[in-house]
Design a protein around this ligand. Structure first.
Ligand SMILES: O=C(O)CCC(=O)C(=O)O
Length: 398
């Protein structure tokens, strides 16, 4: 899942050097700071570190991680099923038949799977390798170092888990680090300043590359949907981007736990980078959990709920989950791309007509995320909540 929280909207704070310039300037700064509004999208109860727990010589996992609530049984590693489509970004950028054919494949992947892997995406291998290394080192920091970057009770950015709303709620077998990365003025600067400098620099470069890729993909999707490209650009340029780094430690009872509860993502597009070829991600397809076998340095991209709304249900967000295993740790970095902060979500006007009435409500992005983060994660329940009442649809048809 996705999102952002505790971000500051409005004035960008000047540097301390600028602040010293003059008294009149500092008075202006005070005015600006008074006007500054903190946008807080939610919070999550603070929970213990699973990485630390997994270092103990335990045979049985604590009851809070036992997931008898999850049906069907968690591991399906031996089920042999077809895997998600692979989209070649070079071909999409080409002209002629090869482009048309790849665009059609992209359209089918978004409609029928909601998931695909992207190759030849243009993000340099050296940047990806650097990012993988920095994130691995980040999770290897001592617990004392990590505590300085842990979530605060009123803000879910930092280390911890998301969507924990009660002390009784079952927990995932994983730790995560969540941070808003773009646009720059929405960054939680205090948290960013505390990151190891190498990671911070790498995130600066990677967030820009991931945004370029997301915008290019949204452009191709607009074309494939026969949607007005300007509507897509208007909604998503300067969109909100956040990242969630996931760490799944080995688990002594992997068939009784889950690394990440089944969910669909609330954003428009998620770009997932897996740090190794260890499997764990599974997607829901035809009533079965299909494992996604990561291709080296490819991205796994998925349609989020916002894209399902914008496309008026033509593209589908798909439930997915992460399983764990008893031998190997697994790491992944999910980059979530959403529309801009002051946008109003709803089906694209160019896709709505007499024969295709809007099936989703129109809701400001801020309200959409606030309601999303106030809930326990529960499959696609939140998207159902966004649907126009079936009775209203019937009345409008008459
Ligand atoms: O680690 C994975 O493969 C899944 C991550 C995920 O679903 C997420 O971060 O939203």
């Amino acid at each position: 899942m996705s999102s952002f929280n505790g971000v500051r909207r409005g004035a960008i704070a000047p540097s301390s050097k600028e602040m010293r310039k003059s008294r009149s300037f500092s008075l202006q700064v005070m005015d600006l700071q008074l006007e500054e509004e903190v946008v807080n999208f939610g919070k999550s109860l603070i929970v213990p570190s699973v990485q630390e727990l997994a270092k103990q010589p335990i045979i049985n996992i604590p009851p809070r991680y036992l997931r008898s609530d999850l049906e069907p049984p968690i591991l399906h590693h031996h089920t042999c099923l077809s895997s998600v489509p692979i989209i070649d970004f070079h071909k999409l950028a080409a002209t002629g038949d090869s482009m048309d054919c790849e665009l059609e494949r992209l359209h089918s992947a978004c409609k029928d799977w909601g998931f695909f892997q992207v190759i030849n995406h243009g993000v340099s291998t050296s940047l990806l390798e650097k990012l993988k290394l920095e994130v691995e080192n980040f999770f290897e920091l001592s617990y004392d170092e990590k505590k300085k970057l842990w979530q605060e009770p009123d803000n879910h950015e930092g280390f911890g888990q998301l969507f924990v709303v009660s002390e009784e709620q079952k927990l995932d077998w994983s730790d995560m680090f969540y941070i808003t990365t773009l646009p720059f003025n929405l960054r939680n600067t205090d948290l960013f300043q505390k990151l190891p400098p190498n990671l911070r620099e790498t995130l600066d470069s990677y967030s820009v590359e991931a945004r370029k890729l997301a915008m290019a993909m949204l452009g191709y999707m607009a074309k494939a949907l026969q949607m007005d490209g300007e509507e897509m650009r208007e909604l998503f340029s300067d969109g909100v981007q956040s990242m969630r780094m996931n760490y799944y430690p080995p688990c002594p009872q992997p068939d009784k736990a889950i690394g990440f509860t089944p969910h669909s993502d609330a954003d428009a597009l998620t770009i997932l980078l897996q740090l190794s070829e260890t499997e764990g991600l599974q997607i829901q397809k035809g009533g079965k959990w299909v494992p996604v076998k990561p291709l080296p340095n490819a991205f796994v991209v998925n349609i989020g709920d916002i894209m399902e709304i914008v496309s008026n249900g033509i593209y589908r967000s798909i439930e997915h989950r992460a399983t764990v295993n008893s031998k190997e740790e697994r790491l992944s970095i999910a980059t979530f791309y959403s529309s801009k902060l002051d946008s109003v979500l709803g089906p694209a006007p160019s896709l709505i007509g007499l024969n295709s009435p809007a099936i989703f409500r129109r809701v400001p992005l801020e309200k959409y995320f606030k309601e999303f983060f106030a809930r326990k994660l529960n499959g696609k329940a939140y998207l159902d909540f966004m649907k126009v009442d079936e009775q209203i649809l019937q009345v409008n048809k008459i």
